[in-house]
Design a protein around this ligand. Structure first.
Ligand SMILES: Nc1nc2c(ncn2[C@@H]2O[C@H](COP(=O)(O)OP(=O)(O)OP(=O)(O)O)[C@@H](O)[C@H]2O)c(=O)[nH]1
Ligand SMILES: [Mg+2]
Length: 389
């Protein structure tokens, strides 16, 4: 009997200790939902499931997106994104050079898929030679003719007179229909291509561009996590003869649709006269990382259709760079546009090289900071700095 009582006491002590341990564990646990249901703590604030997005310091991306050497991102989070290149078959060597650069500096670790677009079918040679420089998925698409060619309602007499005059004046690509088709396609149609429907984000890459620094973070995720819609590395002035009436059309669109122009826009990047005149500044669109949902949305769709009907893609030579830049500056908040300091980038003779020495060293950049285009006389970066965040 006595032995039975002693056993009972020990049993009660053991059970009590076990219960006490469970209580302690629950108290220390971060899973407040479990505590809440167990102890009836309704109303106690739960901790956030994820860290809040803290704005990264100027000129730097958030460190939590950076990979370390040897990391593979295959198991980690990816954006719904692709790298897009518009190219001709004759651009093969330039296309391969750009991809080799981008793979070495970025995509060999991220494996974002590529989409190549052309108004003509890519040759088998083009396809196989491009595929040979990346392990990522590559798709090749043909552009529908109504997304590429000069529409019927354009008055060809007026258009050809404009081309002739521009060519005589020595305006770059002034006499070219193909260049105008390309600008119109990049302005209003690439994001409608069937191969891009499954993607939200894109990185535009051209043949023969260079990437000067290692990109150890995912720019797409940076954009997504920080509520960005458009990004750039170089900003410059448009050739005045190519956009004679563009700003007049922009102003009439704004009067018709004031609802699309957001508060905290970047009008101060575009105009030094509170919108009366256009300073010709634009983000250089041969580099773009942006959100196609923005181009597909009501403000831009309506804006592009309006401009298209004005005919300026053919009667003048409106470029996709000013068209995109004006739209992003007016229909997105200025804090939704991002300057990628870390992405050393070169197109033709102009390059953006990170001016910040720490960023330059961290990226193993092979560009000269002294020759960065950022504060060249032809750069518009100074206007962006006045409003950037
Ligand atoms: N498929 C196709 N692609 C084109 C055509 N014209 C230009 N492109 C592509 O469109 C993009 C822009 O063309 P570019 O000729 O580089 O125009 P740009 O950058 O304004 O001028 P550059 O200073 O000469 O580089 C590049 O990706 C070209 O490969 C064309 O007629 N057909
Ligand atoms: Mg180019």
């Amino acid at each position: 009997m006595k032995r039975f009582t002693r056993c009972g006491i020990i049993f009660v002590i053991v059970i009590t200790m076990m219960l006490f341990s469970v209580l302690l564990l629950q108290y220390n646990s971060e899973d407040f939902s479990l505590s809440e249901s167990s102890f009836g703590l309704a109303g106690v604030a739960r901790p956030q499931a994820t860290e809040p997005n803290i704005a990264p310091p100027l000129n730097s991306t958030s460190n939590n997106l950076e990979l370390n050497d040897g990391d593979t991102p295959f198991s980690s989070r990816h954006a719904n994104a692709s790298i897009v290149m518009l190219a001709r078959n004759s651009d093969l060597e330039g296309a391969r050079k750009s991809i080799l650069q981008l793979e070495a500096r970025f995509n060999h670790r991220f494996q974002y898929p590529y989409v190549f677009l052309n108004e003509l079918e890519f040759t088998e040679d083009f396809k196989s030679m491009v595929k040979s420089v990346t392990n990522a998925t590559v798709e090749f698409g043909i552009i529908p003719s109504d997304h590429w060619n000069q529409p019927d309602w354009i008055d060809e007499v007026q258009a050809s007179q404009a081309r002739k005059a521009m060519a005589e004046d020595g305006v770059k690509y002034g006499g070219s229909v193909a260049y105008r088709n390309m600008c119109r396609f990049n302005s209003g149609f690439f994001f409608k291509h069937e191969l891009l429907q499954k993607y939200r984000w894109y990185w535009r890459v051209e043949p023969n561009v260079r990437f000067h620094c290692d990109i150890n973070f995912d720019p797409f995720l940076y954009m997504e996590d920080n509520d960005k819609v458009y990004s750039f590395t170089i900003a410059t002035y448009e050739i005045v003869e190519t956009i004679s009436s563009l700003w007049t059309s922009v102003k009439s669109f704004m009067s018709l649709h004031p609802e699309f122009v957001v508060q905290n826009n970047s009008m101060n990047f575009l105009s030094l006269t509170w919108g009366r005149t256009y300073n010709r500044c634009h983000f250089w669109s041969n580099f773009e990382i942006a959100d196609m949902e923005f181009w597909r949305g009501p403000a831009y769709s309506s804006f592009f259709d309006y401009l298209d009907l004005k005919g300026g893609f053919y009667y003048e030579r409106w470029g996709d760079a000013p068209v995109h830049s004006i739209a992003a500056s007016l229909f997105a908040r200025s804090d939704q546009i991002h300057f990628f300091e870390e992405i050393g980038y070169q197109h033709d003779d102009w390059s953006h090289c990170p001016l910040n020495k720490e960023i330059w060293e961290k990226g193993n950049c092979d560009c000269s900071r002294d020759h960065s285009f950022d504060y060249d006389d032809s750069s518009c970066k100074k206007f962006w700095d006045r409003i950037s965040h």
